[in-house]
Design a protein. Sequence first.
Lengths: 417, 264
Amino acid sequence: MKVDTLDTSKLDKVVSVMEGLAQRRKAQSATEGGAMYYDIVANSFRKVRDARDEGQPLVAHTIFVPTELLFAMDIVPFYLEGMCEITARVNGMEDVFSAAKSAGFATEICSAHRLVDGTVLKGWMPRPDAFVWSNLVCDLTLKTGDYLVKQYDRPGFYLDRPYRYDEDAVQYYVKELEALVSFLEEFTGRRLDWDRLKEVMEYSRQATELFREICELRKAVPSPMRNQHMIEMCLAQLLISGAPELVEFYRGIRDEVKVAVEGGVGLVPEEKYRLLTFFFYPAHIWKLLDAMQNEYGAVIVTEPHLTPWADGEIDPGRPLESLARKAFALVDTGPLQPFLDKVLREAEEYKAEGALYWAHIGCRQTCATTRIIKDALLERGIPTLVIDCDLADPTYVSGEQTKAKLEEFFELLDERK
Amino acid sequence: MLVAGIDLGNLTTKVVVLREDEIVASAILIAAGEGEAEALRAFGEALRPGQPAMQDLECVVATGVGRKSVPFAQRQRASASCLARGIHHLYPSVRILIDVGAETCTVVKLNERGLLEDSATNERCASGTGVFLETMAKLMHMPLEEMAKRSLLAEGVAEVSNMCAIFAEQEVISHVHRDPPTPMNDIIAGIHTSMATRVGGLAKRVGIREDVALTGGVARNVGFARTLEDNLGVRLVIPDQPELVAALGAAVSAREEAAKKAAV
């Protein structure tokens, strides 16, 4: 089945919804940082929608492909997993899942990928000029790229990141990135301007430093950052890493958090539970994050899956090596031990007293490590609530059921105090 | 000190009244109608003439799916922590409790003080719950009690799906209509094995540590209980009134609340 007819009016709706949310957030938010996320999303969708009309090459990519290289070549990045999910959520998730099912994708397959396949099959996304994909974060990402290249009948490039992190692996990945640059140059007919890449990498460096600073500030008691901000920061990074807007966004969050820490002011009047969380929250659960902090005094102090770049170093003078090392900062996609070490270290540094594990039913690798991480945390006196859920499908587990489990878990935490 | 706990489940409402450590009244009501009315009826059943009166109760704690619809309860508690307290009151050596009710299956891990350490609940499918067994009993055209005993007489175990109650139903039908048909006792043994696999799997997620208790209405099903013992490799502790453990735990919690109030 090839994608023939494209209906980019669906993107108009997304842009409109995101703009509306940005306005609402600005009206609610006392600070700029908190308001910027939806602006970034709206802008990213606008660029993807308008790329063809504006004569800009459009490259669809899977998660963690370095957008810095794309920005440096004035290529519009189209982040597949995130943008397809948002498009489906705004325009009709059931239609998208149904399209994926009709194409033979079983419901046991990760919903994030079914949303990509389904959104593409519905013709709701513009036809990209090329694809870049990798083996991050899983083997399904790898296959999704293969599938989309066939569906859209466009050139594609696969980035192969080794499993283990060592110097040989970094150099191997640098070669992969060099080959990616050649591929991008070939199909765009443009040469990479290495000075321009240096500028882009400088933004990436600033963003990484701000990210690290925010992570450090979050160690404060009481917790100074809204529960929802880290997932927004993470998604913004996946959309526009290397863009000045990301630096601006992070700076806004950093300033907000810094003021709170310096004033000794917490996110909530009475902080009752300090929590680690694992993996991505299902999108339809996001509003629960506010309820957790406002109704229960439950603050999320860190998210080991979402904060890999806090330890990163970007050297604009060594762009490809920096990007390669950044890819290896994703320790959860390599051997378990380094990730487990990070989890236990952060549990202590952030004074966590409980953990929530969003066990996305379609994610084999995340779910495979649930018990090991849970047991390791319990040895340190930190209980974990494992919430079986689906990353994108809201019918798998309802918000009410999740809330009931959280209430039960908070009772458990109360008894341990 | 007189306190009470009430457990509003999917099909039944249970009440336990405690005076100090002793259960002085209890009731199990097949629930119908909305929460508060059921709760009051259950208390009416438990507190008959000669028993203490509602106004004598110093504290009431509500638990179960309907716990938020009991306005006269001083506190609401999640089921898992009430189950932990309840079984600890009866059998302090228990460390894992498996509660199989009409529509839910909950596994609770508790410590030596009866406090909740971990829990897991069945998601998505009724194939590990009482409703599954009731459906199968109807399919087999026999009362649940008879079905429970007959699996102990089985010579073999028919294969029955543990992934989905509907698939299991289809498989049972095909066993019955096979030529020659699968022996009835073997089908029943298969049904119990299917359910024990599901429930046992949930328990293993939490981790098995003796002593292990089985509670909820399904604990009265001797066939299922024996099959679950085989699955887990442990002997199960089964209280005399397994349906009342959560309500008992809620009453224990009510006693704690009343004591805290008295201390202030």
